[in-house]
Design a protein around this ligand. Structure first.
Ligand SMILES: Cc1ncc(COP(=O)(O)O)c(C=O)c1O
Length: 387
């Protein structure tokens, strides 16, 4: 049988490969410590599970969801944007639910791009931006995120001819995988660049609540003019340990959101209303749980950073996300170092080149294991490097 040519260039999803390797090791009896996938190790807190139990029992949630989403979720999203960022959005026309932000990031490529269009994607970047662009036949032009530029793309380095042809640009801060955060007037410069070149901007803000040391992550939409050209994607996955629930939302420019919404109403039948109503409950607060998790991640970050520096690895201490992005030791590539620590230490880290060419020479380590396992992982890595 011969299937879609569209699929030919699509590699297996980075983490599908990593999961396969972990399963192999476990089967061989290895006690694997996974610091690979960015999936919080602790469960969804009880106050959220209990609300969901009430919502599941309510028959008004049992039928097809309305296409527009339940009003409570939009209102809670608008209240969150106002309270947290001072951004005003219309809860009906400028908000809608996503079945996790991943599908929204993928589908926006279908609602904004045609084959042959240029899309600007960060490199390294969350793999979905480039993969979804490839599926629509668009040309993904990579914007390197380098340590010397604080992991921000150099907008002046983008060829004006390419910028002129670009229709869409993805950015994401706090950033996965580099843990970079927005500095200075970067968002203002993005708005000016997008307006000059008539580009729609997607700001993926999945990590804005995972912040340390008093850092506050901004909303792109709070930048003057951003609502005209931009949309922002939020996710309940990481701050509330709800990765399995598949709940996020998009806010921003109606002109950009309307085609995405129209596409999605043709593809999926919306989000289980019990999840939407629980999502509204979560956004309305209290937010103590997020602060507790950030305190926990701060402790893990400090343990990991100190231990890695102690064994001679050049390790920055991030202000946000649940990731540490480190250069691999001399003599290794991203892939050979990740393979070495998996084979010799039973520790899973993610090779940086899996996020794009500019990620070569780095690995990403997640803070998603208890303190003792993080300490043990670094001890094992140290031993493996002495071999
Ligand atoms: C940068 C970024 N955006 C979006 C997502 C998707 O999150 P979800 O689909 O769970 O909302 C992830 C998940 O790892 C991510 O790292």
């Amino acid at each position: 049988m011969r299937f879609s040519r569209r699929m030919d260039g699509l590699p297996p999803y980075l983490f599908a490969e990593i999961e396969r390797k972990i399963a192999e090791k476990k089967k061989a009896g290895v006690d694997v410590i996974s610091l690979g996938i960015g999936d919080p190790d602790l469960p969804t807190p009880a106050y959220i599970v209990e609300e969901m139990q009430r919502q599941v029992a309510d028959p008004r949630n049992h039928q097809y969801p309305s296409n527009a989403g339940v009003p409570e979720f939009g209102e809670a999203g608008a209240a969150y944007m106002a309270r947290r960022f001072g951004v005003t959005i219309d809860p009906v026309k400028e908000f809608f639910p996503l079945l996790g932000s991943k599908e929204g990031l993928a589908h926006i490529c279908w609602s904004t791009l045609d084959a042959g269009d240029v899309v600007l994607v960060p490199d390294p970047g969350y793999p979905v931006y480039a993969a979804a662009s490839l599926l629509v036949g668009a040309e993904a032009v990579h914007m390197p995120l380098l340590p010397e530029n604080a992991f921000l793309p150099d907008l002046d380095a983008i060829d004006p001819e390419v910028a002129g042809r670009a229709k869409l640009m993805f950015i994401s801060y706090p950033n996965n995988p580099t843990a970079g955060v927005v500095e200075g007037d970067f968002f203002e410069r993005v708005v000016a660049f997008a307006k000059k070149n008539d580009i729609a901007v997607v700001h993926d803000n999945a990590y804005c609540e995972l912040v340390f040391d008093g850092y506050e992550a901004p909303s792109f939409l709070a930048t003057p003019g951003a609502m005209d050209i931009g949309v922002e994607f939020f996710s309940l996955s990481k701050p509330f340990n709800m990765t399995g629930w598949r709940v996020g939302f998009a806010v921003g420019s109606r002109e950009i959101l309307e085609p995405l919404w129209r596409l999605k109403t043709n593809l999926d039948s919306g989000m289980f209303e019990a999840i939407q109503r629980t999502g509204a409950f979560v956004l309305n607060g209290p937010w103590d749980f997020v602060h507790e998790m950030n305190a926990l991640y701060t402790g893990r970050r400090d343990i990991l950073v100190d231990a890695l520096r102690h064994i001679g690895l050049d390790t920055p201490s991030p202000k946000a996300t649940i990731y540490i992005w480190i250069p691999v030791p001399a003599g290794y590539s991203s892939a050979s170092f990740a393979a070495h620590v998996l084979d010799q230490a039973g520790v899973v880290v993610t090779p940086g080149n899996g996020y794009g060419e500019a990620g070569e020479g780095f690995v990403r380590i997640s803070l998603t294991a208890p303190d003792a396992r993080i300490r043990e992982a670094v001890e094992r890595i140290e031993r493996s490097l002495r071999l």
